[in-house]
Design a protein around this ligand. Sequence first.
Ligand SMILES: Cc1ncc(C[n+]2csc(CCOP(=O)(O)OP(=O)(O)O)c2C)c(N)n1
Length: 382
Amino acid sequence: MAAPPVQQSHPDDLVRELAGPPGWDLLPTAEPLQLVGPTGEQVGSQLRLPADDVLLDLHRRMVLGRRFDAQATALTRQGRLAVYPSSRGQEACQVTAATVLRPQDWLFPTYRDSVAVVTRGVDPLETLTQFRGDWHTGFDPYAHRVAPQCTPLATNTLHAVGLAHAARLQGQDTVALVLLGDGATSEGDTAEALTCAGVWRAPVVFLVQNNGYAISVPLAKQTAAPSLAHKGVGHGVPGVLVDGNDAAALHAVLTAAVARAAAGGGPTLVEARTYRMEAHTNADDATRYRSAEEVAAWRDRDPITRLECLLTDRGLLDAPAREALSAEAEQLAALVREGTTQEAEADPLALFDHVYAEPTAQLRAQRQLLAEELAAPAGDDR
Ligand SMILES: Cc1ncc(C[n+]2csc(CCOP(=O)(O)OP(=O)(O)O)c2C)c(N)n1
């Protein structure tokens, strides 16, 4: 069957359609924006489908991201990684967040967003450094304009607004995209970041990956708001609600939001409805708070499958291409495995380095005490 003709998007068009005067509506739509449904069918939308090469690139990066994520999860079971928060199921958010940014823009990820970090170009092994228990983040944040993955919830929203505002004051064309979870929207930091971003019209895009849970706390216990995208309204920040498992829709929305921010149009709050298929981390048992039926229902809305169906239907992806991609993903997994066979070497005394430019007397005393304890013969418990 011939593929239906589709409208291909162009960022400039999107900016005109969605971000041009009078700007985005402050209020989000009642239902999430969508371009591609769960079985790969195109759905009517105010958005335009990204170009074929963009869709193929998103699909490839999601497949690689999922393989990387599965390998990292397996490494926690072998004791090779101390902890790893999986983003399986959230690949559409992770991959589009990284690919819509220009080289001069900044990404502010959380612990959940390793796939976004790798997609932005950070070495996969460097990305895993901190999850091996090292004291540093493993990569140079300036090299790829990726901030360290943030564990204290929502603090990265303030970092993103501060950086974006400062860059603009210095006359630089820089947009910051910050990733946060549904739980993080309850933090005061997020409210403060939205307030400042709104007042300063800072070039920031807030992408909330609403995966339904803050560890075991379901969204209904987190907020009474009609949607998390509504949380922008009181701060004068437009809210956009989008299907977080629809990479095409996410790419269209985020491209427009970045372009709008770069053009001086101000911040946007995007809520992406998605689901994490794995537990919160390897230290969590998700079966204690989620039903098997719920997980199965979300498996049917898988972000990779739906794009794969669309691309196959449109004659853009065939079996040999899928096999080649699968081989590429296995190569990536092998690289991650081989790079983590050695124990991470960490000097306990490094704990005290870089805490302050000038260590305090108390820190110096603690460092001395630890050095003596480490130097003492085994069994000496003075
Ligand atoms: C300021 C702060 N408070 C509490 C925690 C403990 N904590 C770690 S993850 C988490 C849940 C976060 O949920 P959400 O923001 O939805 O992100 P997700 O883990 O689902 O990606 C909590 C409460 C923390 N890391 N930082």
